[in-house]
Design a protein around this ligand. Structure first.
Ligand code: NAD
Ligand code: TDX
Length: 435
């Protein structure tokens, strides 16, 4: 059952477990794929650190060209930007979005691309194994880009359960489904017979990729003089959010090491850009400026984050999908460390310029120090040398250009802002800031 609805009210389909219709557009394999082999060699018995180790996984380079993508969490901030990015760049590819539309998921984020002929939205949960298996089969998915998660550190402090459920159980459900469709079937049949039957089966596993979108927070907190996080930095997650992402990373790694599921992981730094839910620092500050509300800065405001414009993150994932080494983790960063005070001051300056407050009082007068986040990590920094040297990655946006575009986007999209600052959002603000 494939839906190509034209109006938002019909965009969301749910799959029946029995669904088996195949999309005829994907009945042939791209000949470029036939040269690929991504099965790992036998895994080594021990690993020396907690984080995924390129050397003992025997990663294998390849050049892959996705054709049918399942994008989980595609109605959220980064996922929706990635959907926009992909549809614009690869117009012929099938793009299937699976999203449960939690408080953070918003169909409006996808409106600009919802009428694209290759777009399909499925309203469903990544923990629904039958749904995911059916989707992988029905759409002959060759690439899963897994964004769906509970993603806000402060919420994980108030209620960690949802983080374990979605980030760990949900990721594991996706892995099981991918193994079932891509690997268990492959082990029963030879590759050549699969290609012969490609009009009715999913692509062979050598053409498939499970890409897991993770975070730099799994590495813990740095001191001011510590070297930036590299792919071999030992994991030391400090919040329930970070621990749940670390758990999901380990599961993804284990499905490669144990079963040979072709995977890659990217651990990236703090994203910012359009469509970010205003519980996160940058949109929260912009919208509080507009509302004349205080700008809450936790602790002393000297915690450091590395800021990455979401378009640069999408470019990085694109490179990993197409050219990344199977079994490898890549750190993606913006090469842009800022204290939270530097961030709030930059936003206030931009707001003074682009939307001056009517009494011409500088927005910085709204800055208010509030009680610190529990377990607040002091500094994150990303060493992106691997993705730079191996895949040619470089961020295109500076913080100045990216932040200006972001402020402009929020100013130009007031309806979007008003529509998300209701219900759950108001309850959250009250709970987190007014306790
Ligand atoms: P987000 O909170 O904006 O969006 C998450 C999306 O996942 C929402 O659309 C939500 O509806 C969906 N979702 C949640 N639970 C689901 C479930 N059980 N089934 C299906 N869909 C579900 O998150 P984001 O900021 O876009 O982050 C995307 C990914 O990137 C996450 O995995 C996050 O850990 C990671 N990440 C984010 C950042 C950042 O700065 N935002 C940085 C590093 C890594
Ligand atoms: O009101 C606030 N005041 C404040 O001082 C908020 C919401 C945040 N902060 C601080 C906490 C952090 O030091 O700003 C910094 C950034 O906070 P968030 O926007 O909540 O991001 P962070 O906790 O760093 O996590 C983000 O980056 C890594 C994302 O939310 C994660 O999903 C991602 O994995």
């Amino acid at each position: 059952m494939i839906t190509q609805p034209s109006d938002p009210s019909t965009q969301h389909s749910t799959l029946s477990p029995q669904s088996s219709t195949l999309n005829p557009q994907h009945s042939t394999l791209n000949p470029q794929h036939s040269a690929l082999s991504t099965q790992p060699s036998a895994p080594s018995p021990q690993s020396s650190t907690l984080s995924p180790q390129p050397s003992d996984l025997s990663p294998q380079s390849s050049v892959l060209r996705p054709h049918s993508l399942l994008i989980t969490g595609g109605a959220g901030f980064i996922g929706s930007n990635f959907v926009h990015y992909w549809i614009k760049k690869y117009q012929e590819d099938r793009v299937v979005i699976l999203d449960a539309l939690t408080y953070a998921g918003n169909p409006a984020n996808l409106e600009p691309v919802a009428n694209h002929p290759q777009y399909r939205f499925v309203h469903g949960d990544i923990r629904d194994y039958d749904l995911v298996v059916n989707l992988l089969q029905e759409e002959k998915i060759d690439t899963i880009v897994h964004f769906a998660a509970e993603s806000h550190v402060d919420r994980s402090i108030h209620g960690p359960d949802a983080f374990v459920d979605t980030n760990i159980i949900g990721t594991h459900t996706l892995l099981k489904a991918a193994k079932k469709v891509w690997l268990d079937r492959s082990s029963e049949k030879s590759e050549s017979s699969l290609i012969a039957q490609s009009s009715v089966l999913s692509p062979p596993s050598s053409l498939c990729r499970f890409h897991h979108v993770s975070t730099d927070e799994v590495y813990g907190s740095l001191g001011l003089d510590d070297p930036a996080f590299s792919e071999t930095t030992a994991y030391a997650p400090n919040s329930p959010y970070a621990a749940s992402k670390a758990g999901s990373d380990y599961l993804v790694r284990s499905y490669f090491k144990t079963y040979g599921l072709p995977m890659t992981i990217s651990n990236c730094s703090n994203n910012y850009g359009p469509y970010q839910f205003p519980e996160k620092l940058i949109p929260l500050l912009i919208l509080n400026c507009l509302a004349g509300k205080s700008l809450p800065i936790y602790g002393d405001g000297l915690n450091i984050r590395d800021w990455l414009h979401v378009d640069d993150h999408c470019r990085g994932i694109d490179l990993v999908l197409k050219k990344g080494t199977v079994g490898q983790t890549y750190n993606i960063g913006g090469n842009c460390e800022k204290t939270n005070m530097e961030v709030v001051e930059a936003i206030c300056r931009l707001m003074d310029e682009l939307s001056p407050n009517k009494d011409s009082v500088p927005y910085s007068s709204l800055i208010t120090y509030v009680k610190d986040r529990l377990g607040h990590d002091r500094r994150y920094a990303i060493d992106a040398n691997l993705i730079t040297s191996e895949l040619g990655y470089a961020p295109a946006e500076s913080f100045e250009t990216g932040l200006r575009k972001t402020v402009e986007w929020y100013l130009a999209n007031q309806d979007w802002c008003q529509n998300v600052m209701v219900g759950n959002y108001r309850e959250w603000i009250e709970k987190n800031y007014e306790d």
